[in-house]
Design a protein around this ligand. Structure first.
Ligand SMILES: Cc1ncc(COP(=O)(O)O)c(C=O)c1O
Length: 371
């Protein structure tokens, strides 16, 4: 008797080629006090005004939210001087990054990203039936030359995280403009500026101006980082009408929930909280970078709210051993194997206690005989 193959639903083969995104850990078995420094969350938490607005919306849980998130789009428009009709909100910027691939890639089209670009990009490209193409980086920084060398008539979307996660590096606005100018006109450039608020370099721009004037540029932003609202899943994009129109056709009709809309509006109004988060990062990012490199651990210069630490393999002081050593002491960092950086760990800037604690723990690790 021949074995019968059961007939059942089959996902598209390209879906099964996707390695699911693995979020940062938040627990270690047997360790009571955890400092989660693995997901680039804000150590200052959400604005008290956002929390109040969230609570105040509890009475409306039975009602559908405003599907167009008009109040939030208007608040974003006021804050950044943008036309609200050219803003779309998403359930995290993740949702928008995925919708962009679904809207602009045909099966077999190429989607381009840089070597250590955010891991969601190849997932979004594959899920939409596209083929991810990777451009080499120089010094863990996106290379416009390498990206342009890989762009061709089949390239229909380019994702650029600026600053990039997990490296923390950025490219100046002049380079972003050079990238746009060199891409085919029918190729969409997605500038993912999730960490824009942390950047204080004069030659940086999140890409608002380019998205305002170019038909093939869209900028995405998030409330998950500087606003400390990762749990509510709020992202937004600003771009040309043709992009907005396409995304509005395929997004979930109520993709943002009411409490998220209310908290987002309140958070934008609390400029003091955002300033405090920027100040905190400006104080602790360089402190961590200096203290950790003084221990002999290589640091990639970062403009985000996180640092990439690279370990040499000598004397058992590998990234994997460091990860295990730190976890036992309650410090959770992000392992970087999935990014092709097995010798690295990513550390989020924490609160004062966590920052002192992680430096002390790393010093202990570097002094130890073996991890
Ligand atoms: C570069 C980058 N883009 C987008 C996101 C997604 O953010 P969210 O979906 O929380 O808005 C992240 C989150 O870590 C990120 O690092």
């Amino acid at each position: 008797m021949t074995a019968m193959t059961p007939i059942r639903p089959q996902p598209r083969p390209e879906i099964l080629a996707i390695d699911a995104y693995v979020p940062g850990k938040s627990r270690v078995a047997g360790v009571a006090k955890i400092r989660k420094l693995s997901s680039n969350e804000s150590p200052l938490g959400a604005s008290p005004k956002a929390i109040e607005a969230f609570r105040a919306s509890a009475g409306d849980l039975a009602l559908y939210p405003d599907g167009s998130a008009a109040a939030l789009r208007e608040a974003i428009g006021r804050r950044y001087g943008l036309e609200p009709s050219r803003i779309i909100c998403g359930n995290g910027s993740d949702e928008l990054l995925a919708l962009l691939a679904h809207a602009f890639l045909r099966p077999g089209d190429e989607g381009l990203h840089s070597e250590y670009g955010f891991l969601e990009y190849p997932i979004c490209i594959r899920a939409a039936g596209g083929v991810p193409v990777v451009a080499k980086e120089s010094d863990k920084t996106a290379s416009v030359d390498a990206l342009l060398a890989k762009a061709n008539a089949r390239t229909k979307i380019v994702y650029l995280a600026n600053p990039n996660n997990p490296t923390g590096t950025y490219i100046p606005y002049s380079e972003v403009k050079r990238l746009q100018a060199g891409l085919p006109a029918d190729c969409l450039l997605v500038i993912d500026a999730a960490y824009a608020e942390y950047v204080t370099c004069n030659d940086y721009s999140a890409g608002v101006e380019l998205a305002a004037i170019c038909e093939n540029v869209v900028m995405t932003r998030t409330f998950s980082k500087i606003h400390g609202l990762a749990n509510l899943r709020i992202g937004w994009a600003y771009g040309p009408p043709l992009v907005l129109d396409a995304l509005n056709r395929i997004r979930g009709p109520f993709n943002l929930n009411g409490p998220a809309i209310a908290a987002g509006v309140a958070s934008l109004a609390d400029t003091g909280h955002i300033e405090a988060a920027i100040e905190h990062n400006l104080r602790w990012l360089p402190w961590l970078a200096e203290s950790i490199s003084a221990l002999g651990i290589e640091i990639t210069p970062s403009v985000g709210n996180f640092l990439l630490l690279s370990f040499e393999n000598g004397a058992g002081r590998t990234a994997a051993n460091a990860d295990a050593f730190l976890s036992r002491r309650g410090f959770i960092l992000r392992a970087m194997g999935a990014y092709g950086l097995p010798d690295s760990l990513r550390l989020t800037v924490g609160d004062e206690e966590a920052n002192h604690g992680i430096v002390a723990a790393l010093a202990e690790f570097m002094r130890s005989d073996r991890g």
